[in-house]
Design a binder for this molecule. Structure first.
Ligand code: AVI
Length: 321
């Protein structure tokens, strides 16, 4: 049975998993790592010393908060819209600075998870009670589109954490174009992009000695077992990371250390693995200024300002139309 004859799937997760495991070479989509357990593992990754991305973005925001915030406000009222706010730890640095300057702004975090938004609102009420906050539950682009339609205030859109790196360049251009569509002339986009650097530093960030990244990667298999009735034995797969310094692409794989068959009940599928056959699970793209400039121009945006950390590992860019 192949994908053209199978039309009924109970969810996008089921359909994408079927497609990925019946393709050659096999793949799974990294967005499915993030269930409750995946979210917790990612929180742990962000606290690991090897995962330098988080510390670097913190440093950039802390060291440049005044300059970043004055670029945002330009003495004009605005909406600060964040895509995928999470726990808002980094954003609070900017919110504090904006409040200090009595800037006229409202913070609109967008997230698919109402639970994440409720938690964020609770912590903001406690830590920054004077901030005007209006959480928006929904998908990024639909919510952005609605905000652009009904709201005439200037928009500053935040997308932190180098999350764009989990997209292939062609999908990153589509992503940026969708944001650009919702932007007017004076609106801004503030985004984080992890930079090309010593390949060893990058490999270490995705291959920690405590196995947290391994568990994060293998959560795809755990989730297939739980939600789709799979019988994967995660221990029979090796977490494997590669980095190509030419393209700047870090890739994660799960490699079957034995020849085996895996049954996935809800997909009515039995998947054969040769020994040392791989499943490609994630890309984490690394950038330089010329790639970022190219992506932006493909999406109809231009780079206005750039901020980096003391090691030059990571950059935040301000884009305008
Ligand atoms: C969410 N994203 C930007 C992370 C990254 O660096 O690609 C996900 C991650 N994968 C392994 N470690 C962290």
């Amino acid at each position: 049975m192949n994908t053209t004859t199978r039309t009924m799937f109970e969810s996008a997760f089921a359909e994408d998993t079927y497609k990925g495991l019946t393709s050659y070479p096999k793949y799974l989509l990294s967005k499915y790592i993030y269930d409750e357990k995946g979210d917790k593992l990612f929180q742990k990754i962000m606290d690991m010393p090897e995962y330098y991305l988080t510390q670097c973005e913190f440093e950039i925001l802390e060291q440049n908060a005044a300059e970043i915030c004055s670029a945002f406000s330009e003495k004009e009222a605005f909406d600060l819209i964040e895509l995928g706010a999470g726990d808002g730890k980094k954003t609070k640095i900017l919110l504090k600075e904006l409040l200090k300057n009595s800037d006229d702004f409202k913070y609109l975090p967008i997230d698919i998870s109402q639970h994440a938004l409720d938690e964020l609102q609770k912590s903001l009420k406690k830590e920054l009670p004077e901030a005007k906050v209006s959480p928006q539950q929904g998908t990024y682009f639909k919510t952005l589109e609605e905000l652009a339609e009904y709201n005439r205030r200037k928009k500053v859109i935040l997308f932190l954490g180098s999350n764009i790196g989990n997209l292939l360049h062609k999908d990153a251009v589509i992503f940026l174009s969708n944001i650009a569509k919702a932007m007017d002339k004076d609106d801004m986009l503030f985004m984080g992009f992890d930079q090309k650097k010593d390949p060893k530093k990058i490999l270490d960030a995705y291959n920690d000695p405590n196995g947290i990244t391994e568990a994060f990667n293998k959560n795809l298999l755990v989730r297939i077992n739980k939600e789709l009735g799979g019988d994967f034995n995660p221990d029979s797969f090796k977490h494997w990371e590669t980095y190509d310094p030419e393209t700047g692409t870090a890739k994660s794989f799960l490699v079957s250390s034995i020849e085996q068959n895996v049954k996935i009940q809800k997909l009515e599928l039995e998947v054969h693995f040769d020994s040392w056959e791989s499943i490609h699970t994630e890309i984490s793209q690394k950038y330089d200024d010329s790639i970022v400039k190219w992506l932006a121009s493909e999406a109809g945006l231009k780079v206005e300002q750039t901020f980096t950390d003391s090691a030059g590992f990571y950059k935040n860019y301000i884009f305008k139309k």
